[in-house]
Design a protein around this ligand. Structure first.
Ligand code: ARG
Length: 468
């Protein structure tokens, strides 16, 4: 029996078509999940009285042997006949244990098998990705802790806006990436139902205990509708979409690191172990890691689009188009799983020039809002204080100095409310602490935010551990 379905055919397939429609070259990576899902099915067959205890044991042993052979030698998977991973396992099982092997497929369809294998694959990928995210966030938090009370400019419209703590800036990224971890957890929750027992479309033709199979495979429940279960790839789409948000964040992070490592900013030195040189310009050190991170986001966004378009317009239930959802799914997961340890390593190795950052935080009128706040505290209406400090900025710009370099006389000409304590209110040591609200950049608030972030990272680690 070469094929799983040749009975009703009189003619052999066109050889080119036959090769072209196969999925084994890429779905072989699902072997591990195919074997576990098949074991659960074999147990259910035995419970339903279709397999004898001996037959079940022989099938379970055969499945285990297939796993061992694959682990021992990748060449075992070079099969010139296998159409897909399901066919491969059936063939190998029959080769190992004889005709009993062909009993495994009783009451099931490849449509439910692939839906199950893919859910198991995505679930495992999510666990791995969340572990890597915890490691990355851990390093971001460490760097925030090391930055202590160092300051830097924060930008809006890429123009200097207000000084912030370097730690506050780092923690902004922690928030972003923890959101990605939580999006993946959300996707995991929804995908964790078991299609086994859905059959080809209408439900299994044998009285299989679906609850038992779901539980054996660590799913929360069986899927509710066999038509939906065999045609649904929402979990793949949601997963890849969650990865587009994650790569988009990585891309924004990379872009900022590239900017800050340019001579124009000079805030960061690129770590040599993650940079490359130029074959032409001897002085160059280029941010290739960061650029590739930024570039890879395009690839994952492309995969999400491919999935959307593949699924759009498919009638219920299984259609072979669904086979086309596998490669974009696998590549998205592989791409991000490769990226995360690299960005974690980069983040550990990057050198911050806190002196330059601190210096930049103290020029360019970034204390202007604090100056206006000084007037507001003296009873001046906000709109007026804004206008008057704006005037002061204009005078200082004409003189080529900062606000704190203006004399009290010059300031009094604008508003007599300016007192000698105004100068103190303009120092970095005064400007930062007035942002004293939860989520603000005052030192004590940032310390609290840092310990809150560490707690979130720890519970992310614990959640991932609990799933292992
Ligand atoms: N290789 C197929 C896929 O990935 C498995 C399901 C095949 N089902 C079928 N009815 N031809 O979608």
């Amino acid at each position: 029996m070469k094929k799983m379905w040749s009975g009703r055919f009189r003619q052999p397939l066109d050889p080119e078509f036959e090769l072209w429609q196969r999925s084994f070259s890429f779905d072989k990576r699902l072997l591990k999940y195919e074997l576990t899902a098949s074991s659960a099915h074999a147990r259910a067959l035995k419970n339903a009285g279709i397999l004898s205890a001996d037959e079940m044991i022989s099938i379970l042993e055969g499945l285990q042997k297939i796993g061992e052979k694959a682990a021992a030698s990748p060449a075992f998977l070079d099969d010139s006949e296998a159409e897909d991973v399901h066919h491969f396992v059936e063939k190998q099982l029959a080769a190992l244990i004889g005709d009993t092997g062909y009993k495994l497929h009783s009451g099931r369809s490849r449509n439910e098998q692939i839906a199950t294998d893919l859910r198991l694959y995505v679930r495992a990928s999510i666990d791995e990705l969340r572990q890597e995210l915890a490691a990355f966030c851990g390093v971001l938090a460490d760097r925030a802790g090391q930055a202590a009370d160092a300051a830097m400019p924060a930008y809006t419209h890429l123009q200097r806006a207000e000084p912030v703590l370097v730690a506050h800036w780092m923690l902004a990224y922690v928030e972003m990436f923890l959101r990605d971890a939580s999006r993946l957890a959300d996707c995991r929750k929804r995908l964790n139902v078991c299609p086994l027992g859905s059959g080809a479309v209408a439900g299994a033709t044998l009285p299989l205990d679906r609850g038992f199979m779901a539980e054996t495979l660590g799913f929360d429940a069986p899927t509710a509708n066999s038509i939906d279960a065999t045609s649904d790839r929402d979990f793949a789409l949601e997963f890849v979409q969650a990865l587009t948000a994650l790569t988009l964040h990585l891309s924004r992070w990379a872009e900022e690191m590239i900017l800050f490592s340019s001579q124009e900013y000079g805030f960061i030195s690129l770590p040599e172990n993650y940079s490359t040189g130029s074959s032409a310009m001897p002085q160059k050190k280029n941010p290739d890691l960061l650029e590739l991170v930024r570039g890879k986001s395009g690839r994952v966004i492309g995969h999400a689009t491919a999935l959307l378009i593949t699924l759009k317009g498919l009638p219920l239930a299984y259609n072979k188009d669904l086979q086309e959802t596998q490669e974009p799914l696998f590549d998205s997961s592989d791409t991000v799983l490769q990226l995360l340890p690299l960005v974690t390593g980069w983040m550990k190795a990057a050198e911050f020039h806190q002196d330059r950052m601190q210096q930049a935080a103290q020029s360019g009128f970034m204390n202007a809002w604090a100056a206006a706040t000084y007037l507001v505290r003296h009873g001046v209406p906000s709109r007026l204080s804004h206008e008057q400090v704006g005037k002061a900025v204009q005078i200082a710009m004409e003189k080529g100095c900062e606000l704190q370099d203006l004399s009290l006389e010059e300031l009094h000409a604008i508003n007599p409310a300016f007192g000698p304590d105004f100068y103190h209110s303009l120092t970095l040591a005064s400007v930062l602490p007035i942002h004293d609200v939860p989520g603000g950049t005052a030192f004590t608030r940032v310390q609290l935010a840092l310990s809150a972030a560490r707690k979130k990272i720890d519970s992310l680690r614990e959640e991932v551990h609990a799933h292992a």
